[in-house]
Design a protein around this ligand. Structure first.
Ligand SMILES: NC(=O)c1ccc[n+]([C@@H]2O[C@H](COP(=O)([O-])OP(=O)(O)OC[C@H]3O[C@@H](n4cnc5c(N)ncnc54)[C@H](OP(=O)(O)O)[C@@H]3O)[C@@H](O)[C@H]2O)c1
Length: 276
């Protein structure tokens, strides 16, 4: 007879909690036990998506578990840890999924003898069903006490994650880098599309233009790397045009004009560096 699977309770089951819960359920490495969110309706929806677990309405209804994932928004992690600690449950392993915050957010649990960590997977979990398909190969930063990170590593590796150890003091910079790499892309695209529409480009051409340019940019980046893939007026050293375009944007939107100037300066530097 095989040993029972370690149990996992979820406090928060939105995009990340649902995705990881379902992946662990399907991999058969953890037993999803109790699921707490802000309402029994959303907790039940998460249980339905994961395909296992029990929706609960209050923290007090949660049973002891081997692992606890606090997949609540960053600003709720410390308060959730405090609530959990006040329940006086037997010490277990608690972890959160924030990229920027450290395991120290779980201090009230640590003080009661729990092992604590953070496990941040570098993926845009925009939609759990899609993220589940995209997860294999995701790079995952583990930070926290050694016993906790050592226990989490194989559980994430079983899902196809590539784990590495991240020092607590580097979490802010590390996460800011992920913001550069992924979160700014939709912002840049939205701004470009607003400017195109303002300049008279027919709206019906936008979806196709978006698709072609993004594929083109990603293909070049993957084939050549960032420096060699860089094109445009700043990269060509056409400072007069950069200046005039910056002014045209600033006349419409001062914030976007300032961002254009800052990014153009960085583009020019990247182009200069590749010539060295
Ligand atoms: N989304 C990403 O791409 C991504 C990537 C890597 C890491 N992360 C990290 O993952 C964590 C969760 O992010 P997310 O995107 O999954 O957030 P999310 O989709 O907004 O889900 C948050 C979940 O927490 C629940 N919740 C909120 N306050 C609660 C409370 N006080 N008690 C219990 N449950 C509570 C919400 O309940 P309802 O369902 O009822 O609203 C929801 O289920 C964050 O630390 C974030 O930084 C996110």
């Amino acid at each position: 007879m095989s040993a029972p699977l370690p149990t996992l309770n979820l406090v928060g089951a939105g995009r990340v909690g649902k995705t990881l819960g379902r992946l662990w359920q399907q991999a058969g490495v953890l037993q999803i036990q109790d699921v707490l969110t802000t309402s029994t309706a959303s907790a039940q929806a998460a249980v339905d998506f994961i395909g296992a677990g029990r929706a609960v309405a209050t923290p007090a209804q949660m049973r002891p578990a081997d692992l606890w994932l606090l997949a609540v928004p960053d600003r709720q992690i410390a308060a959730s840890a405090q609530t959990l600690a006040a329940l006086g449950l037997p010490p277990a392993l608690a972890f959160h999924a924030s990229g920027a915050l450290a395991a120290a957010e779980l201090a009230p649990l640590q003080a009661r003898g729990w092992h604590c960590a953070s496990a941040h997977c570098i993926l845009s979990f925009a939609d759990p069903a899609t993220a589940q398909q995209q997860f294999h190969g995701t790079v995952c930063a583990l930070e926290g006490d050694t016993a906790a990170t050592q226990q989490l590593k194989p559980l994430l590796t079983d899902l196809g994650a590539q784990c590495f150890a991240l020092a607590s003091e580097h979490k802010l910079l590390y996460h800011a880098a992920a913001v550069w790499a992924t979160n700014f892309l939709p912002v840049l695209q939205a701004k470009a599309e607003a400017l195109w529409q303002r300049s008279g480009l027919p709206a019906e051409l936008l979806p196709g233009l978006r698709e072609r340019l993004l594929h083109n940019a990603v293909d070049n980046l993957l084939a050549l790397g960032p420096a060699a893939a860089l094109t445009g007026p700043a990269a060509r050293g056409d400072t007069a045009l950069v200046e005039r375009q910056g002014q045209a944007i600033t006349a419409l939107d001062a914030e976007a004009g300032a961002a254009y100037a800052a990014l153009s300066a960085m583009a020019a530097r990247l182009a200069r560096d590749r010539q060295l």
